[in-house]
Write a protein that binds this ligand. Structure first.
Ligand code: PAF
Length: 297
């Protein structure tokens, strides 16, 4: 397939390399003005990708957006004029609500949502490490997206395990719950994921998960406190040595994904008139941290 990856950060670069190695024509689209980018995975030989090539973008059968949730709109809108209506758009990022904001603009395309627990780290422009083996789930965002189940084979061949989830909303909410539990705390405290297993975090994690369970149930997601707690604990354990994305964003004073993670939970809680004070407090603390950098500028 002809595939363009928009936003070759850690996860985008990992998929770019794996899809190229699986035999696809892969090009990149990024903020860099260079017309080619070299990427090396785990110290292997570098691979060369063309970057920001409009012809390759237009010839794409599949465009995978691996930008952050808050960049989805600004990254997608300018590219639409170069794409055929049947080009498949796939979005893979932490958080929820970003694709809904551009739903009408992209509705001529088959749209697929993806969520992954694969972990990657990009220490610099040209190197990527695959820091955790995970799973990727795909599901339809719109009616046309429902025709795209074949993408499971395409992605699975490149970087297993990949599955199609007809209830992608459940998978997205479960990942959102994991992010609500891990990201703000590791970001604010500047600790690795594994440190959340410490006794001092058990009460706050308990409250975060309780609030999440209530909101998810109100949204019609089948879940229980115990299931969510197990999922959160599993990820804390599996990624114990990793720095969460929010820990890194806070460290480098970059805009975080909080609006689309805890922010999405709060918005949904409000809709159902459910109080989520612990998540609200964490949201306010992360916002305060972000604002403190803005004031310095
Ligand atoms: O955002 C992240 O860092 C990841 O989604 C996760 C699963 C929390 C692991 O660090």
């Amino acid at each position: 397939m002809n595939i363009t990856i928009v936003g070759p950060g850690a996860i985008g670069s990992l998929w770019a390399i794996k899809l190229l190695q699986a035999g696809h024509n892969v090009s990149l689209w990024s903020r860099s003005t260079d017309n080619s980018i070299e990427l090396s995975l785990d110290g292997q030989a570098s691979l060369s990708f063309s970057n920001n090539n409009i012809e390759k973008l237009s010839a794409s059968d599949l465009v995978i957006f691996t930008v952050k949730a808050w960049q989805v709109e600004e990254a997608t809108t300018p590219l639409l004029q170069h794409l055929y209506p049947d080009t498949i758009l796939m979005f893979m990022h932490n958080g929820m609500g970003a694709v809904d904001q551009i739903a009408t603009q992209i509705d001529t395309h088959p749209v697929v949502l993806a969520t992954t627990t694969q972990a990657a780290f990009k220490p610099n422009r040209n190197n990527v490490s695959h820091t955790g083996i995970g799973q990727t789930q795909l599901g339809a965002f719109n009616l046309k997206g429902q025709q795209c189940t074949f993408l499971v084979d395409v992605l699975e061949h490149a970087l297993p395990v990949v599955s199609w989830n007809p209830e992608i909303k459940t998978a997205l909410w479960t990942k959102l719950a994991i992010n609500c539990a891990i990201n703000p705390l590791t970001g604010l405290e500047q600790i690795k994921n594994g440190e959340l297993a410490d006794q001092r975090f058990s009460e706050v994690l308990n409250s975060i998960i309780k609030e999440l369970t209530q909101v998810m149930m109100a949204e019609g997601i089948t879940c229980s406190f115990d299931e969510l707690e197990t999922s959160v604990k599993q990820v804390i354990q599996a990624t114990a040595k990793n720095n969460s994305s929010m820990k890194q964003d806070v460290f480098y004073q970059r805009k975080t994904e909080i609006n689309f993670i805890t922010g999405h939970l709060i918005k949904t809680a409000l809709k159902h008139q459910i109080e989520v004070p612990v998540n609200q407090k964490l949201f306010a603390q992360v916002k305060e941290r972000e604002n403190s950098w803005n004031h310095q500028d």
